[in-house]
Design a protein around this ligand. Structure first.
Ligand code: SAH
Length: 345
């Protein structure tokens, strides 16, 4: 079914596909404009297309691949939506409105194979990769929830799954986000987060000029092996070396690190010192996220004074650090809480 999903093709691929069947390329641009610019997904409403092409589009292509199943809205305005695919699989997307921007957090896999010990998605196990259409449809569907005077300004690949284990579909979806005839987003408003699939990082940045975020969470292999089991395959030294060799990383375009702080696990002043040493000389920004508790884990966030002390030590060590205010925690929409719970109830 998804094989004929029109929204799984980037505008360039759509042009090629149209040409192959004898439809002029500019018609593909018109369709892309209806779909991505205006959010019109009904071929009969695409009024600048000839009637026979409208009929052909309706017969040969699908424009929707996900159905919203349930929505929860947080007291802070964050909205979490469970979306169902044709095969009954579920994913989640989270819309985070702020004063000057509206960020959409999207999923790339159904479940996740990485089994990070503190993450609710990790506890689900892995079902399958999303295809490009299913990634793009999260953007289309979630945009429909916004009032007319708001648009999605930022997309972060920080939902369910490990984006770099689904690289071809991720790249196809990002191409549609960035393409002038697609969503026309600025590349720096798109961020891909990875737990550290080292051999795929350079490949991603060679294909698309997005921001890179890396889930660090520990500065020693002993601690990181426990939190992020992928570390046993790609240990810290290998990860850091690969990041230092990326030509795309500069002061203007630093690596963004995420560091989930867990009570008694990775939150000591000595941990902070080691983070400082690890990042020295690499253009980077570190985002601290106090652990979001959920029912699959006994891990807890540290007390505020430990977070303050940790931040203070990082600043002394020359690390650019921000504390991320967690959004949507009351509806299980915060980092690491996405587990399609409605689906399993
Ligand atoms: N697999 C990718 C994309 C997921 S991004 C990655 O690991 O980067 C989601 C972010 O939230 C990751 O940094 C993840 O480690 C973090 N996270 C997971 N569970 C969390 C929790 N319970 N509290 C806070 N952050 C968590």
């Amino acid at each position: 079914m998804s094989a004929s999903a029109l929204i799984g093709l980037s505008p360039d691929r759509l042009r090629r596909r149209f040409e192959e069947v004898g439809v002029p390329a500019y018609r593909a641009d018109q369709v892309a404009e209806w779909v991505y610019r205006r959010g019109v997904l009904e071929p009969q409403a695409m009024t600048n297309l000839p009637q026979d092409l409208r009929g052909q589009l309706g017969a040969d292509w699908s424009f929707r691949v996900l159905e919203p199943i349930r929505e929860a809205q947080s007291s802070d305005g964050t909205r979490r939506v469970v979306l169902g695919a044709a095969d009954g699989a579920f994913v989640e997307a989270v819309l985070i409105p702020e004063e000057e921007r509206t960020t959409l957090c999207v999923s790339t896999q159904v479940g996740c194979p990485l089994a990070c010990s503190f993450c609710a998605t990790g506890a689900l196990g892995f079902t399958r990769n999303l295809d490009a259409a299913e990634i793009v449809d999260q953007v289309l569907r979630m945009r429909e929830l916004l009032p007319d005077d708001r648009s999605i300004t930022n997309v972060v690949f920080m939902g369910m799954g490990e984006p770099l284990l689904n690289l071809p579909n991720l790249i196809a979806a990002v191409e549609t986000l960035l393409h002038p005839k697609g969503f026309a987003m600025a590349p720096r408003r798109v961020t891909v987060s990875t737990a550290g699939v080292v051999p795929k990082i350079a490949e991603l940045l060679e294909a698309v000029p997005v921001n890179l975020a890396v889930s660090l969470h520990a500065a020693t292999d002993a601690v990181r092996d426990v939190l992020v089991p992928l570390n046993r395959r790609f240990p810290l030294a290998q990860l850091m070396q690969a990041l230092r060799e990326l030509p795309q990383i500069s002061r203007r375009h630093p690596v963004f690190f995420e560091y989930t702080m867990i009570d008694g696990v990775n939150d000591s002043v000595e941990d902070a010192r080691q983070v400082g040493r690890l990042l020295r000389g690499l253009p980077s920004k570190l985002n601290l996220i106090p652990m979001n508790a959920h029912s699959d884990t006994g891990y807890r966030p540290p007390p505020p004074e430990r977070i303050d002390a940790f931040m203070g030590e990082l600043v002394r060590g020359g690390v650019t650090v921000t504390l991320r205010r967690s959004r949507g925690a009351d509806i299980d929409a915060a980092c690491g809480q996405l587990a399609g719970r409605e689906a399993s109830q």
